[in-house]
Design a protein around this ligand. Structure first.
Ligand SMILES: Cc1ncc(COP(=O)(O)O)c(C=O)c1O
Length: 400
């Protein structure tokens, strides 16, 4: 009898975590490493949020809570959805979990049966296909190209839908490309979804607050109220409020789905950390100036990185609408040999040689379902970004 389960064989460890670990190892060995792999803000959680957590500890809010969230936080989440997205939900339509990741996982575990297909636009966040596989479903990637600014078209979505399609996972702004769908672009997709009533929509709005220039964030149930009864709108405090370690994510959707997700959570982790829930409550109800400051900071960094990467021979870097990632195309580098003698056969070879020869850690595109590319997380200091881009440029100039 095999010790490890068949389920385990279906999934692979997160490549973004692998890159972060490799970069940390090289750093510990004394190498000068600039890590552009991790998807988290480089600054601290705002003080008012940390203070709220301290008060929660002192007040003894350290016991089990209701499985899928304290009532105060659910109420605050309802208010957030109404004020920011024009979506009206009752507290029994809200679930709170241990990060956005657990929310998505609960939803897939609660709904996927063998043979169920889940449409995932690629490039995708690395965890979507593996979570679908863990839940017993079949991921169906639909590739968005550089030519279409990394966004899928209505025709592509229409062609991917079958009678077995259970979910369409939508993520805007996107990890890893930063691409954000405008209201008109999203409307084209929701029109398709309205013609296929068996398809549910999982909207991952994690980067809602990180949008630049005059881009306006929109979410499917807001654009098309006809989808309200089959949409799970997911969000969290991790990225917007620099709270990745606190592990709080949430979602709103139809009562039966929310209840089912709570059942999965009740037999796995129970409630998300009690103290973190009070911190998230402060994040959602306290001062919001932090969001505006953040946005300006990230926009400046995006501008810096896009401009510098476009000066690298062989690289084309589009200018994304949001999040804190860029996803440059490196077609012009493939087939060449680096100054250190590495053959750049694909984007994984590019990322490996780049790390070895320059100390810059990025995640290769194959991990996200579109090659040849790599992902840069620009959630780090301007100086580190400038240095990293100079090193990437020197590396590209050295390719023969
Ligand atoms: C698109 C997307 N969704 C969800 C998550 C998960 O966020 P959390 O840290 O709250 O689990 C991430 C984190 O990288 C993400 O990029």
């Amino acid at each position: 009898m095999a010790f490890l389960s068949d389920t385990l064989a279906r999934v692979k460890p997160s490549p973004t975590i692998a890159v972060t670990t490799k970069a940390a190892e090289l750093k510990a060995a004394g190498r000068d490493v600039i890590a552009l792999g991790a998807g988290e803000p480089d600054f601290d959680t705002p003080q008012n949020i940390k203070d709220a957590a301290k008060r929660a500890i002192d007040a003894g809010r350290t016991k089990y809570t209701a499985v899928d969230g304290i009532p105060e936080l659910k109420k605050a989440i309802c208010a957030k959805f109404l004020a920011e997205n024009g979506l009206s939900y009752a507290p029994n339509q809200i679930t709170v979990g241990t990060g956005g990741k657990q929310i998505l996982y609960n939803a897939l575990m609660a709904t996927c049966n063998p043979g169920d297909e889940v449409i995932i636009p690629a490039p995708y966040w690395v965890s979507y296909p593996d979570m679908v596989l863990l839940a017993g479903g079949t991921p169906v990637p639909v590739v968005a190209t550089l030519e279409n600014d990394f966004k899928i078209t209505a025709a592509q979505l229409e062609a991917a839908i079958t009678p077995k399609t259970k979910w369409f996972i939508f993520n805007s702004p996107s990890n890893p490309t930063g691409a954000g769908y405008s209201a008109a672009e999203l409307r084209a997709l929701t029109d398709v979804l309205m013609r296929h009533p068996q398809v549910w929509v999982m909207s991952d709005d994690m980067y809602e607050h990180l949008v630049f220039d005059d881009f306006t964030f929109v979410t499917p149930a807001q654009i098309e109220p006809g989808l309200y009864d089959r949409t799970l709108t997911c969000n969290g405090v991790s990225k917007a409020y620099a709270m990745t370690g606190w592990r709080i994510g949430y979602a709103a959707g139809p009562v039966a789905l929310i209840k089912a997700m709570g059942t999965i959570q009740s037999q796995s982790t129970s409630n998300p950390c009690s103290v973190s829930q009070y911190a998230a409550l402060e994040a959602l109800t306290g001062p919001q100036d932090f969001l505006t400051e953040n946005k300006a900071l990230f926009q400046r960094r995006r501008d810096l990185v896009v401009a510098m990467l476009n000066q690298c021979p062989g690289i084309t870097c589009p200018n994304p609408e949001g999040a804190f990632y860029v996803y440059p195309d490196i077609s012009g580098c493939i087939g060449k040999t680096s100054a250190g003698g590495a053959v750049i056969a694909n984007d994984e070879a590019f990322a490996t040689a780049l790390l070895q020869e320059t100390g810059v850690a990025v995640v290769f595109g194959a991990a996200f379902g579109l090659s040849p590319n790599f992902r840069v997380s620009y959630a780090t200091s301007d100086e580190a970004l400038r240095q990293a881009c100079l090193r990437i440029r020197a590396f590209c100039e050295g390719l023969q």
